[in-house]
Design a protein around this ligand. Structure first.
Ligand code: SAM
Ligand code: SF4
Length: 329
């Protein structure tokens, strides 16, 4: 088991498959991109498969989510998913993607054993998409969503981040679009994880503001909070249901006390929190010949030292050195 000193147990593994991306969402990366990790530093498919197997077979991981950077850019992704699906006990397998390329890949991913998908979509307006993501790819994202639905990767979740002065007016149109298409929309508060270190609290569109915008157009009834478990989203029935919308108030309504996540970066580092300032290296001991049990012990020690909270609201908060795209969101 991956237990920390506050009694939380990590069962949800987020794996970053690459730090590269084909968009430049301004809450995540600068327009010019970043210095990508050098290839020899990245875990190979075999190394990655071994660490995920150790997580599942020895350490109690029950859900594996592939993310990045943009995970659809990782060659061999269907093979990575298939290998994960062959583990016993078989974990739930999900993917977080910007949707570009999903129109082509969705059937193969489904076939490989992918259970669920989250697609990021912050706007339905072409010009706003260009401003926010610096690329003209809105149509590709919408086609990717449709293909995921056709491939049966349901229920499809859509993640949206609102930025003041950019897409803050999009809460209602996004919810209408998702209701029409049967997608489950969740808004995520913008967190200080951008590579540019440009996050400012006063620019963040808060969970309260998002709910105020939605309540002007829809009737929202909160779900029973006891049903939430370790899920980060507070969910609401929309106009009597059954459709729901979620709000993830990472900054203003932190949920660290029930966090069950642990992260593996594309270069083989364990992070016990998105906001951790330390990482534990699994790649180098693995390349030096460490046995499974030894790697599992390093992983356990990494989780044991998890702090009680992310500390964003503490006066001395320091943003982690690695941005979200390199940690795996
Ligand atoms: N490229 C994929 C995508 O965009 O879905 C996967 C990686 S991305 C880092 C994962 C999620 O993190 C996306 O839903 C994205 O909107 C979200 N994200 C990125 N930077 C963020 C930030 N500073 N605050 C809140 N969410 C962020
Ligand atoms: Fe790329 Fe996802 Fe970051 Fe946008 S949020 S730049 S799609 S990694």
């Amino acid at each position: 088991m991956l237990t920390d000193s506050y009694g939380r147990v990590a069962t949800d593994l987020r794996v970053s498959l690459t730090d590269r991306c084909n968009l430049r969402c301004s809450y995540c990366m600068p327009p010019e991109g970043l210095d990508w990790l050098p290839s020899p530093d990245l875990l190979t498919d075999d190394e990655l498969g071994r660490l995920v197997r150790i997580g599942v077979e020895l350490l109690g991981i029950t859900e594996v989510r592939y993310t990045g950077g943009e995970p659809l850019l990782r060659r061999g992704l269907p093979g990575i998913v298939a290998r994960t699906a062959a583990l016993a006990p078989r974990p739930e397998i999900s993917l977080t993607t910007n949707g570009i390329g999903l129109a082509r890949l969705a059937p193969a991913l489904r076939e490989a054993g992918l259970d669920r998908i989250n697609v990021s979509l912050d706007t339905l307006d072409q010009a706003t998409f260009r401003t926010l993501a610096k690329r003209d790819r809105l149509d590709d994202v919408l086609a990717g969503l449709a293909a995921a639905a056709d491939a049966g990767l349901v229920p499809i979740k859509v993640n949206a981040v609102l930025m003041r002065g950019v897409n803050e007016k999009e809460a209602v149109p996004l919810l209408r679009y998702c209701l029409e298409h049967g997608y489950q929309l969740r808004f995520i508060e913008q967190m200080p994880l951008d590579a540019q270190h440009g996050w400012r609290r006063e620019d963040m569109v808060t969970a309260d503001e998002i709910l105020d915008s939605l309540c002007a157009e829809f009737t929202l009834v909160p779900d029973d909070p006891r049903a939430r478990g370790s899920a980060p989203a507070e969910t609401f029935l929309v106009d009597g249901g059954p459709a729901r919308v979620g709000v993830i108030g990472s900054v203003t309504r932190p949920f660290c006390g029930s966090c069950d996540r642990v992260r593996l970066t594309a270069d083989g580092q364990i992070r016990n929190c998105l906001f951790a300032r330390q990482e534990s290296n699994l790649r180098d001991p693995m390349r030096a010949g460490a046995a499974d049990g030894e790697l599992a012990r390093i992983w356990q020690r990494a989780v044991a030292s998890k702090l009680p909270g992310h500390g964003i609201n503490d006066p001395g908060f320091l943003q982690p050195a690695r941005p979200m795209s390199a940690i795996g969101g």
